[in-house]
Design a protein around this ligand. Structure first.
Ligand SMILES: [Zn+2]
Length: 435
Protein backbone atom coordinates (compact mmCIF):
# COMPACT_ATOMS: atom_id res chain seq x y z
CA UNK A 1 0.00 0.00 0.00
CA UNK A 2 2.52 2.59 -1.18
CA UNK A 3 1.98 6.25 -0.63
CA UNK A 4 3.96 9.12 -2.05
CA UNK A 5 6.49 10.19 0.61
CA UNK A 6 5.84 13.89 0.13
CA UNK A 7 2.20 13.52 1.16
CA UNK A 8 1.90 12.93 4.86
CA UNK A 9 -1.90 13.11 4.76
CA UNK A 10 -3.32 11.11 1.87
CA UNK A 11 -6.06 12.61 -0.19
CA UNK A 12 -9.39 10.88 0.07
CA UNK A 13 -9.30 9.98 -3.56
CA UNK A 14 -6.46 7.60 -2.77
CA UNK A 15 -8.35 6.14 0.18
CA UNK A 16 -11.35 5.78 -2.04
CA UNK A 17 -9.30 3.77 -4.53
CA UNK A 18 -8.22 1.26 -1.91
CA UNK A 19 -11.63 0.71 -0.37
CA UNK A 20 -11.82 -2.75 -1.77
CA UNK A 21 -8.43 -3.90 -0.45
CA UNK A 22 -9.46 -5.70 2.64
CA UNK A 23 -6.01 -6.02 4.18
CA UNK A 24 -6.57 -2.37 5.05
CA UNK A 25 -6.65 -1.95 8.83
CA UNK A 26 -9.84 -0.24 9.85
CA UNK A 27 -11.14 1.29 13.01
CA UNK A 28 -13.99 3.67 13.84
CA UNK A 29 -13.69 6.42 12.83
CA UNK A 30 -12.04 4.53 9.98
CA UNK A 31 -8.33 5.00 9.75
CA UNK A 32 -6.20 4.72 6.68
CA UNK A 33 -2.79 3.25 7.60
CA UNK A 34 0.40 3.37 5.60
CA UNK A 35 4.15 2.98 6.08
CA UNK A 36 6.45 5.96 5.76
CA UNK A 37 10.21 5.71 6.40
CA UNK A 38 9.55 2.42 8.13
CA UNK A 39 7.00 3.92 10.56
CA UNK A 40 3.26 3.35 10.66
CA UNK A 41 1.16 6.43 10.03
CA UNK A 42 -2.56 6.89 9.84
CA UNK A 43 -5.19 9.44 9.11
CA UNK A 44 -8.88 9.27 10.01
CA UNK A 45 -11.36 9.15 7.17
CA UNK A 46 -14.02 11.59 8.29
CA UNK A 47 -15.86 11.87 5.01
CA UNK A 48 -19.39 10.46 5.64
CA UNK A 49 -19.56 9.09 2.11
CA UNK A 50 -16.29 7.19 2.53
CA UNK A 51 -17.36 5.91 5.98
CA UNK A 52 -20.65 4.73 4.60
CA UNK A 53 -18.94 2.96 1.69
CA UNK A 54 -16.48 1.34 4.07
CA UNK A 55 -19.25 0.03 6.31
CA UNK A 56 -21.15 -1.25 3.34
CA UNK A 57 -18.06 -3.00 1.99
CA UNK A 58 -17.38 -4.68 5.34
CA UNK A 59 -21.01 -5.64 5.77
CA UNK A 60 -21.06 -7.13 2.28
CA UNK A 61 -17.93 -9.08 3.06
CA UNK A 62 -19.45 -10.53 6.27
CA UNK A 63 -22.51 -11.56 4.25
CA UNK A 64 -20.34 -13.04 1.49
CA UNK A 65 -18.37 -15.10 3.98
CA UNK A 66 -21.50 -16.37 5.68
CA UNK A 67 -22.89 -17.27 2.27
CA UNK A 68 -19.73 -19.23 1.43
CA UNK A 69 -20.08 -21.23 4.65
CA UNK A 70 -23.71 -21.92 3.86
CA UNK A 71 -22.50 -23.27 0.51
CA UNK A 72 -20.27 -25.80 2.21
CA UNK A 73 -17.03 -23.93 3.04
CA UNK A 74 -15.61 -25.02 6.35
CA UNK A 75 -13.52 -21.88 6.91
CA UNK A 76 -14.92 -18.54 8.02
CA UNK A 77 -12.78 -15.44 7.42
CA UNK A 78 -13.86 -12.54 9.59
CA UNK A 79 -10.43 -10.95 10.14
CA UNK A 80 -10.26 -7.13 10.19
CA UNK A 81 -14.02 -6.62 10.09
CA UNK A 82 -14.39 -4.23 13.05
CA UNK A 83 -17.01 -6.55 14.56
CA UNK A 84 -18.09 -5.97 18.16
CA UNK A 85 -20.33 -9.01 18.07
CA UNK A 86 -20.70 -12.01 15.85
CA UNK A 87 -23.77 -12.73 13.72
CA UNK A 88 -26.12 -14.71 15.97
CA UNK A 89 -27.14 -17.15 13.25
CA UNK A 90 -23.60 -18.58 13.37
CA UNK A 91 -24.46 -20.25 16.65
CA UNK A 92 -28.18 -20.87 16.31
CA UNK A 93 -28.49 -22.09 12.74
CA UNK A 94 -27.69 -25.72 11.90
CA UNK A 95 -26.22 -24.50 8.57
CA UNK A 96 -23.00 -23.50 10.30
CA UNK A 97 -22.39 -26.60 12.42
CA UNK A 98 -19.84 -27.98 9.95
CA UNK A 99 -17.50 -24.99 10.45
CA UNK A 100 -13.97 -26.13 11.20
CA UNK A 101 -11.92 -22.94 11.24
CA UNK A 102 -12.90 -19.45 12.39
CA UNK A 103 -10.57 -16.50 11.75
CA UNK A 104 -11.68 -13.58 13.92
CA UNK A 105 -8.42 -11.67 14.18
CA UNK A 106 -8.44 -7.90 14.80
CA UNK A 107 -12.06 -7.27 15.58
CA UNK A 108 -13.56 -5.58 18.66
CA UNK A 109 -15.07 -8.55 20.41
CA UNK A 110 -15.30 -8.18 24.20
CA UNK A 111 -17.14 -11.41 24.86
CA UNK A 112 -18.27 -14.46 22.94
CA UNK A 113 -21.77 -15.92 23.16
CA UNK A 114 -22.30 -18.93 25.40
CA UNK A 115 -23.62 -20.68 22.32
CA UNK A 116 -20.02 -20.85 21.04
CA UNK A 117 -19.97 -24.42 22.33
CA UNK A 118 -22.52 -25.37 19.65
CA UNK A 119 -19.83 -25.18 16.97
CA UNK A 120 -18.63 -28.59 18.01
CA UNK A 121 -16.67 -29.31 14.82
CA UNK A 122 -14.30 -26.37 15.18
CA UNK A 123 -10.66 -27.38 15.02
CA UNK A 124 -9.11 -23.90 14.84
CA UNK A 125 -10.25 -20.67 16.47
CA UNK A 126 -8.26 -17.48 15.99
CA UNK A 127 -9.17 -14.52 18.20
CA UNK A 128 -5.89 -12.60 18.11
CA UNK A 129 -6.16 -8.84 18.79
CA UNK A 130 -9.69 -8.37 20.04
CA UNK A 131 -10.85 -6.83 23.33
CA UNK A 132 -11.88 -10.05 25.04
CA UNK A 133 -12.26 -9.77 28.80
CA UNK A 134 -13.86 -13.16 29.41
CA UNK A 135 -14.45 -16.45 27.66
CA UNK A 136 -17.68 -18.43 27.95
CA UNK A 137 -17.54 -21.70 29.92
CA UNK A 138 -18.98 -23.41 26.86
CA UNK A 139 -15.58 -23.14 25.14
CA UNK A 140 -14.82 -26.44 26.87
CA UNK A 141 -17.39 -28.13 24.62
CA UNK A 142 -15.22 -27.58 21.54
CA UNK A 143 -13.73 -31.04 21.91
CA UNK A 144 -12.25 -31.10 18.39
CA UNK A 145 -10.33 -27.86 18.86
CA UNK A 146 -6.62 -28.21 18.07
CA UNK A 147 -5.51 -24.60 17.86
CA UNK A 148 -6.75 -21.67 19.96
CA UNK A 149 -5.24 -18.20 19.63
CA UNK A 150 -6.30 -15.71 22.31
CA UNK A 151 -3.25 -13.45 22.05
CA UNK A 152 -3.53 -9.67 22.42
CA UNK A 153 -6.72 -9.46 24.43
CA UNK A 154 -7.67 -8.29 27.93
CA UNK A 155 -8.15 -11.64 29.63
CA UNK A 156 -7.24 -11.79 33.32
CA UNK A 157 -8.15 -15.46 33.65
CA UNK A 158 -9.14 -18.49 31.63
CA UNK A 159 -12.26 -20.53 32.41
CA UNK A 160 -11.68 -23.86 34.19
CA UNK A 161 -13.45 -25.55 31.28
CA UNK A 162 -10.59 -24.71 28.93
CA UNK A 163 -8.79 -27.74 30.32
CA UNK A 164 -11.58 -29.91 28.87
CA UNK A 165 -10.07 -29.27 25.42
CA UNK A 166 -8.34 -32.60 25.38
CA UNK A 167 -7.39 -32.40 21.68
CA UNK A 168 -5.85 -28.94 21.90
CA UNK A 169 -2.32 -28.84 20.52
CA UNK A 170 -1.58 -25.10 20.42
CA UNK A 171 -2.76 -22.61 23.05
CA UNK A 172 -1.61 -19.01 22.56
CA UNK A 173 -2.55 -16.55 25.30
CA UNK A 174 0.32 -14.06 25.02
CA UNK A 175 -0.22 -10.36 25.75
CA UNK A 176 -3.08 -10.68 28.20
CA UNK A 177 -3.33 -10.08 31.96
CA UNK A 178 -3.42 -13.66 33.21
CA UNK A 179 -2.53 -14.00 36.92
CA UNK A 180 -3.32 -17.67 37.46
CA UNK A 181 -3.94 -20.67 35.31
CA UNK A 182 -6.96 -22.90 35.90
CA UNK A 183 -6.46 -26.24 37.60
CA UNK A 184 -6.35 -29.36 35.47
CA UNK A 185 -3.91 -28.36 32.72
CA UNK A 186 -2.60 -31.90 32.83
CA UNK A 187 -5.88 -33.02 31.24
CA UNK A 188 -4.71 -31.43 27.98
CA UNK A 189 -2.66 -34.46 27.05
CA UNK A 190 -2.04 -33.33 23.45
CA UNK A 191 -0.78 -29.82 24.15
CA UNK A 192 2.49 -29.20 22.29
CA UNK A 193 2.76 -25.38 22.37
CA UNK A 194 1.82 -23.18 25.32
CA UNK A 195 2.43 -19.48 24.79
CA UNK A 196 1.88 -17.42 27.95
CA UNK A 197 4.27 -14.59 27.15
CA UNK A 198 3.63 -11.13 28.53
CA UNK A 199 1.15 -11.93 31.29
CA UNK A 200 1.18 -11.55 35.09
CA UNK A 201 2.09 -15.07 36.21
CA UNK A 202 4.01 -15.38 39.48
CA UNK A 203 4.35 -19.15 39.47
CA UNK A 204 4.04 -22.03 37.08
CA UNK A 205 1.52 -24.69 38.18
CA UNK A 206 2.88 -28.23 38.33
CA UNK A 207 -0.03 -29.41 36.17
CA UNK A 208 1.46 -27.58 33.17
CA UNK A 209 4.59 -29.65 33.58
CA UNK A 210 2.48 -32.81 33.52
CA UNK A 211 1.37 -32.19 29.91
CA UNK A 212 3.26 -35.11 28.39
CA UNK A 213 3.75 -33.74 24.86
CA UNK A 214 4.51 -30.12 25.61
CA UNK A 215 7.39 -29.09 23.33
CA UNK A 216 7.43 -25.30 23.51
CA UNK A 217 6.81 -23.53 26.80
CA UNK A 218 6.92 -19.75 26.34
CA UNK A 219 6.80 -17.69 29.54
CA UNK A 220 8.67 -14.51 28.63
CA UNK A 221 7.84 -11.27 30.45
CA UNK A 222 5.91 -12.59 33.44
CA UNK A 223 6.87 -12.25 37.13
CA UNK A 224 8.36 -15.68 37.80
CA UNK A 225 11.08 -15.83 40.45
CA UNK A 226 11.72 -19.56 40.20
CA UNK A 227 10.69 -22.63 38.21
CA UNK A 228 9.73 -25.91 39.88
CA UNK A 229 12.31 -28.70 39.84
CA UNK A 230 9.63 -30.98 38.34
CA UNK A 231 10.25 -29.15 35.06
CA UNK A 232 13.25 -31.46 34.63
CA UNK A 233 10.82 -34.36 34.30
CA UNK A 234 9.31 -33.06 31.06
CA UNK A 235 9.93 -35.68 28.41
CA UNK A 236 9.18 -33.71 25.23
CA UNK A 237 10.31 -30.15 25.96
CA UNK A 238 12.32 -28.67 23.09
CA UNK A 239 12.17 -24.94 23.85
CA UNK A 240 11.89 -23.13 27.16
CA UNK A 241 11.64 -19.36 26.97
CA UNK A 242 11.55 -17.40 30.23
CA UNK A 243 13.22 -14.12 29.23
CA UNK A 244 12.30 -10.93 31.07
CA UNK A 245 11.13 -12.51 34.35
CA UNK A 246 12.49 -12.12 37.90
CA UNK A 247 14.20 -15.51 38.03
CA UNK A 248 16.96 -15.97 40.58
CA UNK A 249 17.73 -19.60 39.77
CA UNK A 250 16.86 -22.43 37.42
CA UNK A 251 16.29 -26.11 38.23
CA UNK A 252 19.74 -27.67 38.34
CA UNK A 253 18.96 -30.72 36.20
CA UNK A 254 17.26 -28.71 33.44
CA UNK A 255 19.96 -29.65 30.94
CA UNK A 256 19.22 -33.35 31.49
CA UNK A 257 15.93 -33.14 29.56
CA UNK A 258 16.96 -35.17 26.51
CA UNK A 259 14.80 -33.29 24.01
CA UNK A 260 15.71 -29.76 25.15
CA UNK A 261 17.38 -27.69 22.42
CA UNK A 262 17.01 -24.02 23.36
CA UNK A 263 16.63 -22.11 26.61
CA UNK A 264 16.10 -18.35 26.67
CA UNK A 265 16.59 -16.63 30.02
CA UNK A 266 17.74 -13.22 28.78
CA UNK A 267 17.01 -10.16 30.86
CA UNK A 268 16.52 -11.86 34.23
CA UNK A 269 18.45 -9.25 36.18
CA UNK A 270 18.92 -11.29 39.38
CA UNK A 271 19.92 -14.54 37.70
CA UNK A 272 23.64 -14.85 38.45
CA UNK A 273 24.26 -18.46 37.51
CA UNK A 274 23.09 -21.14 35.13
CA UNK A 275 22.90 -24.84 35.99
CA UNK A 276 26.06 -26.59 34.86
CA UNK A 277 23.80 -29.10 33.10
CA UNK A 278 23.06 -26.36 30.52
CA UNK A 279 26.73 -25.91 29.69
CA UNK A 280 26.44 -27.31 26.17
CA UNK A 281 22.94 -26.07 25.32
CA UNK A 282 21.95 -23.26 23.03
CA UNK A 283 21.05 -20.60 25.54
CA UNK A 284 20.14 -16.91 25.56
CA UNK A 285 21.66 -15.23 28.64
CA UNK A 286 21.99 -11.55 27.72
CA UNK A 287 21.50 -8.86 30.38
CA UNK A 288 21.35 -11.32 33.28
CA UNK A 289 22.94 -10.99 36.72
CA UNK A 290 23.16 -7.21 36.77
CA UNK A 291 21.68 -6.80 40.27
CA UNK A 292 21.20 -8.73 43.51
CA UNK A 293 17.77 -10.01 44.48
CA UNK A 294 15.85 -8.55 47.43
CA UNK A 295 14.40 -11.66 49.07
CA UNK A 296 12.14 -9.76 51.50
CA UNK A 297 8.60 -11.09 51.22
CA UNK A 298 9.59 -14.11 49.14
CA UNK A 299 9.14 -16.99 51.60
CA UNK A 300 9.59 -19.67 48.95
CA UNK A 301 13.11 -18.47 48.16
CA UNK A 302 15.76 -20.60 49.80
CA UNK A 303 17.66 -18.78 52.54
CA UNK A 304 20.69 -20.72 51.37
CA UNK A 305 23.00 -19.09 48.91
CA UNK A 306 26.67 -18.83 48.06
CA UNK A 307 28.60 -15.66 47.39
CA UNK A 308 31.19 -15.31 44.70
CA UNK A 309 33.49 -12.40 44.01
CA UNK A 310 33.08 -10.72 40.68
CA UNK A 311 34.45 -7.65 38.90
CA UNK A 312 31.35 -5.71 39.98
CA UNK A 313 31.52 -6.87 43.62
CA UNK A 314 29.94 -9.86 45.33
CA UNK A 315 27.23 -11.83 43.57
CA UNK A 316 24.68 -13.89 45.47
CA UNK A 317 23.90 -17.24 43.86
CA UNK A 318 20.74 -18.76 45.29
CA UNK A 319 20.49 -22.49 45.87
CA UNK A 320 17.38 -24.62 45.22
CA UNK A 321 14.59 -23.90 47.75
CA UNK A 322 14.44 -27.59 48.72
CA UNK A 323 18.02 -27.51 49.99
CA UNK A 324 18.24 -27.34 53.80
CA UNK A 325 21.92 -27.94 54.45
CA UNK A 326 25.15 -27.04 52.70
CA UNK A 327 28.11 -29.33 53.21
CA UNK A 328 31.59 -27.85 53.50
CA UNK A 329 35.04 -28.79 54.67
CA UNK A 330 34.08 -28.31 58.34
CA UNK A 331 30.82 -30.19 58.02
CA UNK A 332 31.20 -32.94 55.48
CA UNK A 333 28.67 -35.41 56.87
CA UNK A 334 25.22 -35.38 55.31
CA UNK A 335 22.17 -35.22 57.58
CA UNK A 336 20.02 -38.18 58.60
CA UNK A 337 17.14 -36.61 56.70
CA UNK A 338 19.16 -36.65 53.49
CA UNK A 339 20.25 -40.25 54.02
CA UNK A 340 16.67 -41.30 54.76
CA UNK A 341 15.27 -39.48 51.71
CA UNK A 342 17.82 -41.02 49.39
CA UNK A 343 16.83 -44.47 50.65
CA UNK A 344 13.11 -43.76 50.48
CA UNK A 345 13.48 -42.49 46.91
CA UNK A 346 15.21 -45.71 45.91
CA UNK A 347 12.44 -47.76 47.48
CA UNK A 348 9.56 -45.46 46.46
CA UNK A 349 7.81 -48.06 44.30
CA UNK A 350 7.56 -50.46 47.21
CA UNK A 351 6.44 -47.95 49.83
CA UNK A 352 3.06 -46.61 50.80
CA UNK A 353 2.90 -42.82 51.23
CA UNK A 354 0.78 -43.31 54.36
CA UNK A 355 3.68 -45.03 56.08
CA UNK A 356 6.06 -42.10 55.65
CA UNK A 357 6.70 -38.99 57.75
CA UNK A 358 5.48 -35.80 56.06
CA UNK A 359 8.97 -34.37 55.45
CA UNK A 360 9.94 -37.48 53.48
CA UNK A 361 6.77 -37.52 51.39
CA UNK A 362 7.45 -34.12 49.85
CA UNK A 363 11.04 -34.92 48.98
CA UNK A 364 10.65 -38.37 47.53
CA UNK A 365 8.76 -37.37 44.38
CA UNK A 366 11.55 -35.52 42.64
CA UNK A 367 15.25 -35.10 43.48
CA UNK A 368 16.52 -31.57 43.92
CA UNK A 369 19.47 -32.31 41.67
CA UNK A 370 21.89 -35.02 40.61
CA UNK A 371 25.46 -35.04 41.89
CA UNK A 372 27.56 -33.60 39.09
CA UNK A 373 30.25 -36.24 39.63
CA UNK A 374 28.42 -39.49 40.40
CA UNK A 375 24.79 -38.61 39.36
CA UNK A 376 23.43 -39.68 42.75
CA UNK A 377 20.10 -38.02 43.50
CA UNK A 378 20.25 -35.23 46.09
CA UNK A 379 17.36 -33.92 48.16
CA UNK A 380 18.01 -31.68 51.18
CA UNK A 381 21.81 -31.66 51.39
CA UNK A 382 24.41 -30.68 48.84
CA UNK A 383 27.94 -29.41 48.34
CA UNK A 384 27.73 -26.40 46.00
CA UNK A 385 30.42 -26.07 43.37
CA UNK A 386 30.47 -22.96 41.18
CA UNK A 387 32.50 -22.62 37.98
CA UNK A 388 33.32 -19.67 35.81
CA UNK A 389 32.25 -20.06 32.21
CA UNK A 390 31.55 -18.20 29.04
CA UNK A 391 28.79 -18.03 26.47
CA UNK A 392 30.17 -16.49 23.30
CA UNK A 393 32.06 -13.50 24.78
CA UNK A 394 29.87 -13.18 27.86
CA UNK A 395 31.24 -14.52 31.16
CA UNK A 396 28.91 -16.23 33.63
CA UNK A 397 28.81 -18.69 36.49
CA UNK A 398 27.68 -22.30 36.41
CA UNK A 399 26.19 -23.81 39.56
CA UNK A 400 26.32 -27.50 40.38
CA UNK A 401 25.81 -29.68 43.45
CA UNK A 402 27.83 -32.62 44.66
CA UNK A 403 26.73 -35.35 47.07
CA UNK A 404 29.96 -35.41 49.07
CA UNK A 405 33.39 -33.87 49.53
CA UNK A 406 34.84 -36.69 47.50
CA UNK A 407 32.56 -35.96 44.55
CA UNK A 408 33.41 -32.26 44.87
CA UNK A 409 37.05 -33.11 44.40
CA UNK A 410 36.32 -35.34 41.42
CA UNK A 411 34.01 -32.77 39.78
CA UNK A 412 36.54 -29.95 40.18
CA UNK A 413 38.98 -32.04 38.16
CA UNK A 414 36.48 -33.47 35.66
CA UNK A 415 34.87 -30.16 34.69
CA UNK A 416 37.33 -28.19 32.63
CA UNK A 417 36.40 -24.80 34.05
CA UNK A 418 37.90 -22.60 36.80
CA UNK A 419 36.25 -23.13 40.22
CA UNK A 420 35.11 -19.92 41.92
CA UNK A 421 33.27 -21.52 44.88
CA UNK A 422 34.41 -22.80 47.28
CA UNK A 423 37.50 -20.62 47.56
CA UNK A 424 40.45 -22.31 45.84
CA UNK A 425 42.23 -22.47 49.21
CA UNK A 426 39.25 -24.32 50.73
CA UNK A 427 39.19 -26.68 47.81
CA UNK A 428 42.89 -27.25 48.32
CA UNK A 429 42.20 -28.25 51.92
CA UNK A 430 39.45 -30.51 50.67
CA UNK A 431 41.92 -32.11 48.34
CA UNK A 432 44.35 -32.56 51.23
CA UNK A 433 41.65 -34.12 53.40
CA UNK A 434 40.51 -36.66 50.86
CA UNK A 435 43.99 -37.49 49.75
ZN1 LIG B 1 28.37 -37.80 44.06
Amino acid sequence: MALSKDKKRPRLSLADRILNRMELEVDKPYQFWWKESGRSRSTPLHDPEITSKMEKTLSNQVDDNLQQVENGHTVLHFNYQGLSELPSQLFTDEKYRHLRRMHLKRNRLKTLPDLLGELSNLTELYLHSNDLIKLPDSIGKLKQLKSLDLSNNNLSSLPDTITDLENLSVLAVSNNKIHDLPKGFDKMRRLTVLDLMNNHLRYLPLEVIECPHLQRLLLDRNHLTWLPKQLCRMKSLVELSVAGNDLIMLPLDLGHIPTLRTVFVDNNKCLHALPLSLQNQEIGFNSCGTKNFNATGHQHISPLSVRVKHDDGVKVIYLPPELLHIGNKEDSVVTLLELATRQVFKERHNLSLRELPVNLKSSMCEPTASCVACQRHLFTDGFPLVFEGQIRLYSLHYLSLCCSMNCMRIASVLIQLPVVYPEPTDLGQVLALVN
